[in-house]
Ligand binder design. Structure first.
Ligand code: PLP
Length: 354
C-alpha cells in the first residue's frame, strides 16, 4: 500500500488490553483491539479521520440510525505471516462495495484515501493484535451509520465512519444442515439485497430462528417471486456442485457481490473445474440430490471462507449430501487461504502488503 496521504491524528490508549487476551483460544468477533478509526461527516463533508482508543460512542436518541436504519458495513481480514508481514486481501473491493452500499442507503460516499489510509494507520497502531496462529486473523469491521438527529424520515445530515478490529480464531462451524426457504425472502428486485446494509441482517434473524427451531442451522434464500431459484446461504454466497460442475447464481439486486465468491470462481476456473454462473433452480438441486449427482453445497464469505453443507430440507423432506474424501470445498478453501496468508504465490495479484 502507498504511504498515507491523509493526515490521521493518533491518540493512543493509556493502557493496552492485549495481555488479557488468550490468543490460543480466540473465538469470532468477541474481543476488540485497543484502537478504532473514527471519521465524522458533517457540514456537507467527511472530516479528517482519527485513530482513538476503542470506546463506547454517545449518540442522541433521535439519531436516524435508531429509527430509519441508515447503516452499511464491510467485513475483511488482515493476516500476519511467519516474517511478521501483514497482508490484506483485495481491500479496494471492500472500499468500492462500501460506497455502493452507501449510495443505495443515501449515505454520502467516502473518499478512497480516508478508507485505505485510515485502515492502514489503524492496523499499524494495532499490529500486535493480528494473530499468527494457523487459521486465525484480525477481523476488520468498517461501518457507517447515520448519527444525525431528528425524527423526520429523511437522510441524516451527519454520519460516522468507524473501523473496529477483532482478533479472531479459525471459524470451525462444522458442516451445517440448511433449510430451503419457501415463505420469507432476504431481498427483492429493486431492494437493498446487493448492499451490505445492517437491516438485511435484522430481516434474516426471524426466519433463521424458525429454521433453527426445526433443527436446521441456516436458511437457503430463494428468489422472492416464486421461491424457485437458489440465491444465498444465510449471509454467504452459495456454491453447488452437481457431478463435477460448480454452480453459483449470478449477482443481481438480490444477491450480494461477495469477494470470496468471485475469488473462488477465478480459482476454480484456473484449477480446471467447470464453473457455471447461472440461475440454479430448487427443483434441479432436489432432482440431483435424488439421483446422486449432487456432490457438494457450500457457503462462501470472508468470515468462514468456505462453509460446507451436510444436507438440506425442502417441503418437509431432508436430503443428505454424500461424504466425499476429496471436496471442492476443501481444495478451494486451501488455495484461497494460502494466497491470503502469503503461503503460496498470488497469481491473481489479490494480496496487498500493509
Ligand atoms: C458479506 C456477504 C457475503 C460475502 O461477501 P464477502 O465479500 O465474500 O465477505 C455474501 N452474502 C451476503 C448477504 C453478505 O452480506
Amino acid at each position: 500500500m502507498n504511504t498515507a496521504t491523509t493526515d490521521i491524528a493518533i491518540t493512543k490508549a493509556k493502557t493496552s488490553k492485549i495481555t488479557e487476551v488468550d490468543f490460543d483460544n480466540l473465538t469470532f468477533g468477541k474481543v476488540f483491539s485497543d484502537h478504532m478509526l473514527v471519521c465524522d461527516y458533517k457540514d456537507g463533508s467527511w472530516q479528517a479521520p482519527k485513530v482513538v482508543p476503542y470506546q463506547p460512542i454517545s449518540l442522541d436518541p433521535s439519531a436516524k440510525i435508531f429509527h430509519y436504519g441508515q447503516s452499511v458495513f464491510e467485513g475483511m481480514k488482515a493476516y500476519k505471516d511467519a516474517n511478521d508481514d501483514v497482508w490484506l486481501f483485495r481491500p479496494l473491493e471492500n472500499f468500492k462495495r462500501l460506497n455502493i452500499s452507501s449510495k443505495r442507503l443515501a449515505i454520502p460516499e467516502l473518499p478512497e484515501s480516508y478508507f485505505m489510509d485510515g485502515l492502514k494507520t489503524l492496523l499499524e497502531v494495532d499490529k500486535n493484535w493480528i494473530p499468527t496462529k494457523a487459521g486465525s486473523s484480525l477481523y476488520i469491521r468498517p461501518f457507517i451509520f447515520a448519527s444525525g438527529k431528528g425524527f423526520h424520515a429523511s437522510p441524516a445530515d451527519e454520519y460516522k465512519f468507524i473501523i473496529c478490529t477483532a482478533p479472531s480464531g479459525a471459524y470451525f462451524s462444522g458442516k451445517v444442515k440448511v433449510l430451503i426457504e419457501e415463505t420469507y425472502s432476504r431481498s427483492a428486485n429493486g431492494g437493498v439485497g446487493f448492499a451490505k446494509a445492517g437491516g438485511n441482517y435484522a430481516g434474516q434473524f426471524y426466519p433463521t430462528q424458525l429454521a433453527v427451531a426445526k433443527g436446521y442451522q441456516q436458511v437457503i434464500w430463494t428468489d422472492d417471486t416464486n421461491h424457485e431459484f437458489i440465491e444465498e446461504a444465510g449471509a454467504m454466497n452459495i456454491f453447488i456442485r452437481i457431478n463435477d460442475t460448480l454452480l453459483t447464481g449470478p449477482t443481481s439486486d438480490r444477491i450480494l457481490d461477495g469477494i470470496t465468491r468471485k475469488s473462488i470462481i477465478d480459482i476454480a476456473k484456473a484449477e480446471g473445474i467447470p464453473v457455471e454462473v447461472r440461475k440454479i433452480t430448487v427443483s434441479e438441486v432436489v432432482e440431483a440430490a435424488k439421483n446422486g449427482s449432487l456432490k457438494e453445497m457450500f457457503g462462501a464469505g470472508t468470515a468462514a471462507v468456505v462453509s460446507p453443507i451436510s444436507g438440506f430440507g425442502y417441503q418437509g423432506v431432508d436430503y443428505d449430501l454424500p461424504e466425499l474424501t476429496e471436496t471442492y470445498a476443501d481444495k478451494l478453501k486451501k488455495i484461497i487461504t494460502d494466497i491470503q496468508t502469503n503461503k503460496s504465490e498470488d497469481p491473481f495479484g489479490w494480496r496487498v502488503k500493509l
